[in-house]
Design a protein around this ligand. Structure first.
Ligand SMILES: *Cc1c(COP(=O)(O)O)cnc(C)c1O
Length: 349
């Protein structure tokens, strides 16, 4: 398998289904989800709703669709979303809040992609004919560009309460929500209670080929289902994919701790190489993501990644001097050692 030859740390989306996951997919009973009789999709949706303590959930092709359905249901043209300036919905969803919902985003700032209740309160508009209508708060857990950071429960509670008191729909972009649960140790339901809707992704840390879900009230999800069809996300024998997700929920959640340990080892290795600096202190690497800066006197991020590629190690340059590596279930401790070794060699003066 190519994943054995190459240590691919570009993203946790690059994983291939395990043999056991393929088996679960093969064995799944299938129907037609658009016609409303897909038993495996229905089982997954019920499971996600239960895990997060919500009334309902809907299975969708991507995390982007899950977030954008939530935005489309919560917002209309001229409405405003409060979100951190480093949010995925701003940087990596092709301008969809504006394109699909006519909504604009008012940004807040804060270290590591997190912020405080006061930031939310300050961002909520007063009612005035000149202003957009503040309608929604979107927070990421884990926060991707902040370094895979996790919301502490008390801070999250205060932030979400500030949003709700200001009349905002509180949405969590939980592409790596299970990483957050494993790292923080809080119960999914205890965290999700403070949100009105949450997206979760099965193709990130959980190791599935495709799929995300959006959870919320039954009425909210019913409207999201309609927009899913409108946006072209109605799928047929999607139980194949839902079976992979159900398998991952059973077998790939607790093991995320191993990815987090590997990320920490990687960050420690990087910190020991002259010219490289992790953005988070290695001992405090929160989850499965390692972002680090490359000293411009050595090379640029893209140059570093090109040199690594020649040594069978893949990472992504996000900014001219910033590189990202993400650990996942197809990279073990030996792979991490190879990655650190390759970095040491390409950075040798
Ligand atoms: C990956 C990701 C998404 C969704 O991405 P898709 O590629 O559309 O599945 C959303 N939010 C965050 C924080 C992500 O990392």
């Amino acid at each position: 398998m190519p994943t054995e030859a190459v240590v691919d740390l570009r993203s946790d989306t690059v994983t291939r289904p395990t043999a056991a996951m393929w088996e679960a997919m093969r064995a799944a009973p299938l129907g037609d989800d658009v016609l409303g009789d897909e038993p495996t999709v229905a089982a997954l949706e019920a499971r996600i709703a239960r895990v997060l303590g919500k009334e309902a959930a809907v299975f969708v092709p991507s995390g982007t669709m899950a977030n954008q359905l939530a935005i489309r249901v919560a917002c209309g043209p001229g409405d405003e979303i409060v979100a951190h300036e480093d949010s995925h919905i701003i940087h990596y969803e092709t301008g969809a809040p504006a394109a699909l919902s006519g909504a604009m985003v008012r940004t807040v700032r804060g270290a590591s992609g997190l912020f405080d209740a006061d930031d939310v309160r300050a961002a909520i508009r007063t009612r005035n004919v000149h202003h957009p209508v503040s309608r929604m708060l979107v927070a990421e857990n884990t926060q991707n560009r902040g370094g895979g950071t996790v919301w502490a429960m008390d801070r999250w509670q205060r932030v979400a309460a500030a949003g709700r008191e200001g009349g905002l729909h509180v949405h969590v972009d939980g592409a790596r929500l299970f990483n957050a649960f494993v790292a923080a140790g809080y119960a999914p339901e205890a965290f999700a209670r403070h949100a009105d809707s949450l997206s979760v992704c099965f193709s990130k840390g959980l190791g599935c080929p495709v799929g995300s879900a959006l959870a919320g009230t039954a009425a909210f999800i019913e409207r999201a289902r309609r927009f899913r069809k409108m946006f072209g996300g109605g799928m047929r024998q999607s139980g194949l994919l839902a079976a992979a997700a159900l398998h991952a929920l059973d077998h790939h959640v607790e093991r995320l701790a191993q990815d987090h340990a590997n990320a920490r080892t990687l960050a420690e290795g990087i910190a020991g190489i002259a010219g490289l600096r992790p953005i988070v202190e290695p001992a405090r690497t929160p989850t499965n993501m390692v972002f680090f800066d490359v000293d411009p006197s050595a090379c640029t991020g893209p140059e570093l990644c090109a040199r690594l590629e020649g040594r069978g190690v893949r990472m992504i340059a996000l900014d001219p001097q910033r590189v990202r590596a993400v650990t996942h279930l197809d990279v073990d401790a030996a792979g991490i050692a190879r990655a650190v070794d390759a970095l040491r060699q390409v950075m040798r003066p």
